[in-house]
Design a protein around this ligand. Structure first.
Ligand SMILES: *Cc1c(COP(=O)(O)O)cnc(C)c1O
Length: 382
């Protein structure tokens, strides 16, 4: 019944956890769900207000501009300049996305021929892989290992793979490991891309969620980056707007044009009222972002200190709302957490083969629930 490309999609490894979660719920277990990468915090009220106002204006009830309203693209360019010191031409170097997942899923359609390679982190955000497979490209895994600070080793990529590679995905601050990338890494990526003629797609969804004074850079701050790639960004994690579906791709004009051309043929843009609200988010006061970071940082401290107190060898993430916990066997550990403690965590192997040996906790629940989780794990007799 299904097309053959459907059988190329990886098995849905979270399905087993989902089924077990449903079973525990049915039994009346009070589940602490640290599985979802979706903020539990509300969108700041001034952004919601902007949506309500814009939604009432009939001007906004029509098909939007494919590439995004000029005012939205200018707001994105303005935000990149203020936040990163990166200058963008709002006409040619910015395109609106229905969340960054939209851009990540569709970019291989524009640049990958059947059989071409896409270089993709493992563990990594699953859409790098599925977007590639829909375009009938081949994935070459870039293992992210703790001994390398969860950065890929570009010199390990075989020459024949590099030659047939079209896209290199990077994602720092990183989901699921919580790792960050130093400026030297971005330098190395730009040089590698120029040398091997691959397009860099930097997924920077978590640049604003950081702790202890750390500020994540944009890939585009690196000299030469605009020549070799683009960055996908999103309002989802920064402003607790996952359900709104608004993001942006920015960078190299030719790459942006290719992505825009695919999108023109498959969607009709983002609701103008949502774009108006996004302009308010990007151009308005940013203290709501700091408030969210303070909340996540407290949760991170409670979880990491709690886990360390129980003897786990866990790193302290400087960014993202994830804690990447080394365990023996990730599926076994995740199912024990669920059946013995009513805690949902995501088995690392769901993010790729090199995610084995870890589970991911999302700190998207209040401190009190995280404290409960620690007490429940203490009682597990691990
Ligand atoms: C959440 C997430 C995204 C996509 O978010 P959107 O809501 O589609 O903007 C992209 N990349 C990573 C790594 C994410 O965790």
């Amino acid at each position: 019944m299904y097309a053959s490309r459907m059988s190329n999609l990886p098995p849905y490894l979270f399905a087993r956890i989902d089924a077990m979660k449903a079973e525990q719920r049915k039994k009346g277990v009070d589940i602490i769900d640290l599985g979802v990468g979706d903020p539990d915090l509300a969108t700041p009220p001034h952004i919601v207000e902007a949506l309500c106002t814009a939604a009432k204006d009939p001007k906004n009830h029509h098909y939007p501009d494919y590439a995004g309203m000029p005012a939205y693209r200018s707001a994105v360019a303005g935000w990149y300049r203020t936040r990163f010191g990166v200058t963008l031409d709002a006409d040619k170097e910015v395109v609106a996305l229905m969340g960054s997942k939209d851009g990540i899923a569709h970019i291989p359609e524009a640049f990958v021929n059947p059989g071409d390679y896409v270089l993709s982190p493992s563990p990594g955000y699953p859409v790098y892989r599925t977007g590639t497979l829909f375009a009938e490209g081949r994935i070459h895994d870039l293992p992210l290992l703790r001994k390398n600070n969860f950065l890929p080793v570009l010199s390990d990529i075989p020459k024949d793979v590099a030659k047939a590679a079209r896209i290199l995905y990077i994602n720092y601050p990183n989901n699921p490991t919580g790792a960050i990338a130093p400026a030297e890494f971005y330098r190395e990526v730009v040089d590698y891309a120029a040398e091997n003629d691959v397009i860099v797609v930097s997924d920077n969804a978590y640049s604003e969620i950081s702790f202890d004074g750390y500020r994540a850079p944009s890939f585009l701050e690196t000299k030469g980056a605009m020549d070799v790639g683009i960055e996908m960004h999103s309002l989802s994690k920064t402003y607790n707007m996952t359900g709104w579906r608004i993001g942006m791709a920015v960078g190299n004009a030719d790459v942006i044009a290719g992505l825009g051309r695919v999108k023109t043929n498959v969607d009709s843009g983002v609701f103008d009222a949502v774009q108006h609200a996004a302009i308010t988010a990007l151009s308005g006061p940013q203290d709501c972002v700091q408030d969210a970071c303070r909340i996540y940082q407290e949760r991170r401290d409670v979880l990491v200190n709690g886990l360390r107190g129980l003897g786990f060898d866990v790193l302290v993430p400087k960014a993202t709302f994830y804690v990447w916990l080394p365990v023996e066997d990730c599926m076994t550990f995740a199912s024990r957490l669920l059946t013995e403690a009513g805690i949902v965590a995501t088995p690392g192997v769901g993010f790729g083969a090199s995610g084995e040996g870890y589970v991911r906790f999302a700190i998207t629940r209040p401190v009190a629930r995280i404290q409960d989780a620690i007490e429940r794990i203490r009682g597990m007799n691990l």
